[in-house]
Design a protein around this ligand. Structure first.
Ligand SMILES: [Cu+2]
Length: 57
């Protein structure tokens, strides 16, 4: 879906879109133990390895 809409901008509270060199803060809060994978949603970036799995204890 992201490949079909490459200019889509995400600003919904759970995602941010930043330009090269730009910095923004995104805060997520979790309750309890959970495994989370966060990733870039630019087309092709997840497949290129731009993601991180976190085991929250
Ligand atoms: Cu990316």
């Amino acid at each position: 879906m992201m490949r079909q809409m490459p200019d889509m901008v995400h600003q919904d509270g759970n995602t941010v879109t930043v330009k090269p060199g730009e910095t923004k803060v995104l805060t997520w809060e979790f309750n309890g133990e959970i495994d989370v994978i966060f990733a870039c949603n630019v087309p092709g970036h997840f497949e290129a390895g731009m993601f991180k799995a976190v085991d929250i204890k």
